[in-house]
Design a binder for this molecule. Sequence first.
Ligand code: HEM
Length: 473
Amino acid sequence: MRTEPTSTAEIPRHDELVDERLVRWYLISAALYLAVAMTGGFLMGFQLIRYNPFSGIELLSPGRWRMVHTNGVAYGFIASAFLGMLHWVVPRLTLRPVADKRLSYFIFFAWQVVVLGTVVGLLMGEAQGLEWGETPVWIDPLAQAGLGLVAINFMAPIRHLKGPMYVTLWYFTAAFIWTFLTYAMGNFIPQYFVNGTSAGAVGGLFIHDLVGLFVTPLGWGMMYYFVPIMLKKPIWSHGLSLVGFWGLAFFYPLTGIHHFLYTPIPMFLQYGAVLSTIAVEMVVTTVVVNFFATIKGSLSALKDNMPIRWFYTGMVFYFLTCLQCAFQTTLTFQALIHFSDWVVGHAHMVMYGVFSQWLIGVTVYLLPRIWRTEWYSRRMLEWHYWLSVVGITIMAFDLIVLGLFQGYMWASLAPWSDVIAFSIPWWAIRMIAGTLMFASHLLFMTHMLLTWMKAIAERKAEAAGSAAVAQTA
Ligand code: HEM
């Protein structure tokens, strides 16, 4: 067993720790999956404004593309980008490589099979009847095994650590265990073991635990790693960071039933979910305070440092989403907004406004380091950021406000067709906002290509320069 390095001479080099090729593959595949997922969002969006470009083609029916959209962002984009980030952060933080490089490559290819198999299965109409667990039943065992292997691969360097563990690793360790358990619970228990309201209760727990116990701990763990490095100062309060971690661990798993208020699920579970959701908002406040106290005195980074700007924008959206959640979880508010577009606005704000912004920030930080060059154009970086932020702000605001109108119209017993007719212009605005977000992403992918080509040209020029020097010598 390896022991802690005792002198700087013993610290392994970056290239011994990090497999940059794998990080790059994950980040690029994540970007490609996001483009496919956004296309799915567009197809569904067109259906809602009564313009379905593929009307009558079963394989391209909007209901199926909707699932490609949601599963594509979750498993294609977000999970892939997280895996790339983990291959960079865990070895650097623990100063040990992952368990086995071959295993890392196996997981990469197995994950492509899971994501592509899910897309094909969904388009063929083989969805599993569980919200967010639509991955076809024949994919589930493979995905479950993949999550187990991911945990083994990354836990190997972490388990050798001695002494206090930095908060990032608390979050990551918990995420490896929780994600494995959450996936098993959501995909197997309602499918094979329970039904009726019990399956509903498990389904609610699964939906929210995917956000709270998979995406959130990886996201915050990542912020605790990158923000201090980029700002070149420690996090404001280590104590507060632990309050955030343990608060999440305690309250988040209890919140799931808030998706199914006013259902036949026992009321004590519903009340428990309402209270713990409000408690999560308090915990979130401590985390956000910690990060804003950290950036105090370095505010110019928000202007000059693009990844920091993406991170803090995501944190503002995070606070807003959780604040919104603390209200929308109450029975009073639920009576108004349940089933309305308020929820869709909320979902986009958290998945795109928060976690995607963080993962894009990480990509903006890592790719030039891996390619050993600067981004091709500062102006393209700015456009990428502003199109994205303006797009999501419009989309979230548009859908949240629309949700309130829909709720009041339903409460006044307005005919369903009137509510649809009222909603269509708002859904059209969503398409405009989506176009900005899509344009932002296509610009980013073009920028990646240009930067990669620039890096190749620089390497060639360097090689030619060295050859010329060698010849003169
Ligand atoms: C390109 C822009 C996008 C458009 C046009 C779009 C459009 C849509 C549409 C039409 C729906 C279905 C809403 C319904 O059934 O009423 C949806 C759902 C959803 N989208 Fe998007 N979307 C876009 C980008 C994204 C991104 C980037 C993410 C996350 C990273 C995302 C996450 C979600 C989620 C989580 C849902 C499910 C919402 C729910 O069930 O409450 N979307 N989107």
